[in-house]
Design a protein. Structure first.
Length: 131
C-alpha cells in the first residue's frame, strides 16, 4: 500500500471488511461485539483524556506503542512517531469502516460495483465509465 492516498487506503480497508461480511457472515456478526467494545473503550479513553484523566492517555500511549512494535514488521523503516500515530488513526478508521459495512451490500472496486446477496454470491455487477 505504499504510495496510497488516505482515500484509497480507506476504500481498500472497507473492501476487506466487506469481504468478511460476504464470505464469513457469522464471523462478521461476531466481530461486531468486539468492534462495539473497542469503540466504547476508545470513546471512554477520549473522554478520560480530555477531562484530565491519566488512564485514557495510558490507553492511547499503549496503542501507539503497539504501532511501533507492529511497525518493525514492515519492509520499510518509518519513524516511531509516524508508526504510533498511524496505528492510533487506523483504530478509529477501522471502527468507522466496520460500522459502514452494516449499511451496504455493494462492493465498489475500480469501475465496477458488485451487489452481493447475504450468502456472499454476486447478485448484480454494474459497470460505470472510468472517472
Amino acid at each position: 500500500l505504499a504510495g496510497q492516498t488516505l482515500d484509497k487506503w480507506l476504500s481498500w480497508w472497507f473492501r476487506q471488511l466487506l469481504y468478511l461480511k460476504f464470505c464469513m457472515p457469522f464471523t462478521w456478526l461476531a466481530a461486531t461485539v468486539g468492534v462495539l467494545g473497542i469503540s466504547g473503550v476508545m470513546l471512554w479513553a477520549m473522554y478520560d483524556a480530555l477531562t484530565g484523566g491519566t488512564i485514557g492517555w495510558l490507553y492511547f500511549a499503549s496503542l501507539g506503542g503497539m504501532g511501533i512494535v507492529f511497525g518493525t514488521l514492515a519492509q520499510t523503516r518509518q519513524p516511531a512517531w509516524r508508526l504510533a500515530i498511524s496505528f492510533l488513526v487506523m483504530q478509529g478508521f477501522s471502527v468507522l469502516c466496520f460500522f459502514a459495512t452494516w449499511g451496504t451490500n455493494t462492493l465498489r472496486w475500480r469501475d465496477r460495483s458488485y451487489k452481493a446477496r447475504l450468502d456472499g454470491s454476486v447478485e448484480q455487477i454494474v459497470t460505470s465509465p472510468p472517472s
